[in-house]
Design a protein around this ligand. Structure first.
Ligand SMILES: O=c1ccn([C@@H]2O[C@H](COP(=O)(O)O)[C@@H](O)[C@H]2O)c(=O)[nH]1
Length: 290
């Protein structure tokens, strides 16, 4: 089954298009309040995300997918990368597909090595890539025997996205040149990263793929959760409206919030209840956009 079809089925099954980002920020993970003193930073990360997973399973409120960003694990230690691997296995074990946000891409043979790392070593279901080096750079991810998903950066959520992605190219905007190539390269497993912070671009991009009769799944980061600091300010309802305005029909786009969902306990200040606060936030976001 192609990744795009898997996503559609998964969103239908769990009833929401939410992508739970998993970006550990140690100072906002009050694990000691629940477990007492912990041995290490790695243990803290493991407790935090395993508690959230347990709460998701107990309440049967699960995000459509999760998206750990490898940078947050690599920065801790080699063991941090082992934790990343273990968390990927645990979430997959509960039926939740995992997107590894690693933004890979290189010359072909090195991309092939990166793809092996993402799909075989970490066991991710999908990976984010940079399309900048072209077809032979993205190809090894798409052609990997794991048949996993590949999200190419198209119109990112950060301010600096405008520096290159919005440049005039071929009488249009640079990101449309990328979008054209994505249609050409797509084998059913290709998606695109389109930030939640620029709904007008999201609408134009959706319209572009819809007009080509070739929609691909978007990974939409930058969604904020009201009352939780640290997000990028994107609004989930506005995102869905932009997709609808652009004529998007397929229900396979996922909306990512990392800090907003992870650290939702800040809304009440009840530190020991971080796991239920996260799942409450997933549930209320799902309800708000239903
Ligand atoms: O355009 C992009 C691409 C990736 N990201 C990543 O998503 C999360 C967002 O975290 P928040 O705390 O919800 O802001 C993070 O891992 C980014 O590296 C993105 O934000 N924008």
């Amino acid at each position: 089954m192609k990744f795009s079809d898997c996503l559609e089925a998964r969103i239908q099954e769990c009833g929401n298009p939410i992508c739970l980002g998993m970006d550990p920020k140690l100072s906002l993970m009050p694990v000691e309040r629940k477990h007492g003193e912990v041995q290490s930073e790695e243990e803290k990360i493991k407790f935090f995300y395993m508690d959230i997973l347990e709460e998701c399973s107990k309440r049967n409120v699960k995000p459509a997918v999760v998206k750990p960003n490898s940078a947050y694990y690599e920065r801790i230690s080699i063991q941090g990368m082992q934790i990343l691997h273990d968390l990927i296995a645990a979430y997959k074990g509960e039926g939740i597909p995992v997107v590894l946000d690693a933004k890979r891409g290189d010359i072909g043979k090195t991309s092939a090595a990166y793809a092996d790392a993402a799909f075989n070593v970490y066991g991710a279901d999908a990976v984010t890539v940079s399309p900048w080096m072209g077809k032979d750079s993205v190809g090894p991810f798409l052609e990997h025997p794991a048949n996993g998903g590949v999200y190419a950066l198209l119109r990112t959520s950060n301010k600096g996205a405008a520096d290159f992605q919005d440049l005039p190219v071929e009488g249009s905007t640079a990101f449309f040149s990328v979008a054209k190539k994505l249609i050409e390269w797509d084998n059913g497993n290709l998606g695109a990263v389109v930030g939640a912070t620029h709904p007008e671009e999201l609408e134009r991009i959706t319209a572009f793929f819809a007009a080509a009769n070739h929609e691909i799944p978007f990974l939409i980061p930058g969604v904020s959760i009201p009352g939780v600091p640290g997000g990028q300010g994107g609004d989930a309802k506005t995102v869905l409206q932009a997709i609808a305005n652009g004529g998007g029909k397929r229900k396979f786009h996922v909306l990512n919030s990392s800090s907003g969902l992870n650290f939702a306990w800040q809304r009440t200040g009840k530190e020991a209840e971080y796991a239920s606060a996260c799942v409450d936030a997933i549930e209320s976001l799902a309800e708000a956009i239903r």
